[in-house]
Design a binder for this molecule. Structure first.
Ligand SMILES: NC(=O)c1ccc[n+]([C@@H]2O[C@H](COP(=O)([O-])OP(=O)(O)OC[C@H]3O[C@@H](n4cnc5c(N)ncnc54)[C@H](OP(=O)(O)O)[C@@H]3O)[C@@H](O)[C@H]2O)c1
Length: 289
């Protein structure tokens, strides 16, 4: 079997066209959605991600404000900026680009963002809401993965999804999303989460109908670890020899039924879902809620 390669870019464009009409409606009502991005330091990958967010946002008619601060910025200064943006009505959504330099406590910083503006969905309040089944903003990557599963008609209800990785930005919210009790069929999965302390990872991955890989190790998942016909979602993005490489080895294409490539798989969806959350926040501003 040779896997169908899922075109994440094309799916992102489909989502994007639905968003354009929502932005147009906001503009008819005098609202331009605003996204504030805080970037601290000079991590080259972060700079690329931020540029990409600006470009994607502006294509959709979202105003993207970038505050780029030096690496040695004190946490207090970032706190002041977040507080100002929390009060600024032109900023509907705000994100703090990760990773932050070592002087910052990551979760403490993320929790300063008003949960109604936390369009990354990384605050404890919004992660908690997702777990309790009342999501406000779902983090972009897991939301993007779910969108891929929907648009490729990959049934998840009752099936076994295995996630490798338990970070608060990918693995954990992904598990919560797939586990949701929902009426629309896009939840109710049986979920296994593997991580660096899991013994014998292949034992679990070989049982996966849907395998979602967010490890951050290039080509970590090999063909022998995957069940014939599984759907494989490669979240990884690793820079190797000046190229972007996923967490899944190319050989997996010989056994999977569908697979996302890197680049051009999950990445474009992550960005578009952030924009979708920002538009949602602007719609709430319009409704005054
Ligand atoms: N495409 C996108 O839009 C997008 C968005 C976000 C992230 N990413 C990429 O996705 C990958 C994961 O990101 P992340 O932020 O979730 O990373 P992370 O915070 O570093 O988490 C990695 C997870 O993988 C687990 N892990 C590490 N080595 C392992 C091993 N040898 N065996 C089993 N599990 C192992 C870790 O386990 P422990 O918890 O035990 O340490 C952790 O749970 C990265 O490549 C990142 O660049 C892509």
């Amino acid at each position: 079997m040779m896997a169908e390669i899922i075109n994440g870019k094309a799916i992102a464009e489909q989502v994007s066209s639905g968003l354009l009409s929502r932005v147009a409606e906001l503009k008819r009502n005098g609202i331009i959605p605003g996204l504030g991005v805080i970037l601290v330091g000079d991590d080259p990958a972060s700079a690329v991600y931020v540029r990409n967010k600006k470009k994607t946002g502006e294509k959709l008619g979202i105003e993207v404000f970038i505050e780029h601060l030096p690496r040695n910025t004190e946490p207090d200064q970032v706190e002041d900026l977040i507080n100002r943006w929390n009060e600024n009505s032109e900023i509907d959504g705000m994100i703090v680009q990760l990773p932050l330099p070592p002087q910052f406590e990551k979760q403490k910083t993320l929790d300063l963002v008003d949960p109604r503006k936390d369009v990354d969905g990384f605050s404890s309040a919004n992660l908690g809401r997702l777990l309790s089944g009342q999501p406000r903003f779902i983090p972009g990557t897991p939301q993007g993965v779910l969108e891929i599963l929907k648009r490729t008609n990959t049934r998840i209800k009752g099936r076994h999804s295995v996630i490798i990785g338990r970070s608060t930005i990918v693995g954990r919210p992904m598990a919560a999303l797939l586990l949701r009790k929902v009426e629309d069929g896009w939840g109710d999965a049986t979920v296994t989460v593997c991580h660096s302390r899991t013994e014998n990872i292949p034992r679990y991955t070989r049982l996966a109908d849907i395998l979602i890989v967010a490890v951050g190790r290039a080509r970590f998942v090999k063909k022998e670890m995957v069940k014939e016909g599984a759907v494989v979602i490669d979240v990884g993005s690793n820079r190797v020899d000046n190229k972007w490489v996923g967490d899944v080895d190319e050989g997996v294409r010989e056994v999977a039924s569908k697979i996302t490539p890197v680049p051009g798989g999950v990445g474009p969806l992550t960005v578009i879902m952030l924009m979708k959350n920002t538009i949602q926040a602007a719609e709430w501003r319009l409704k005054g809620s």
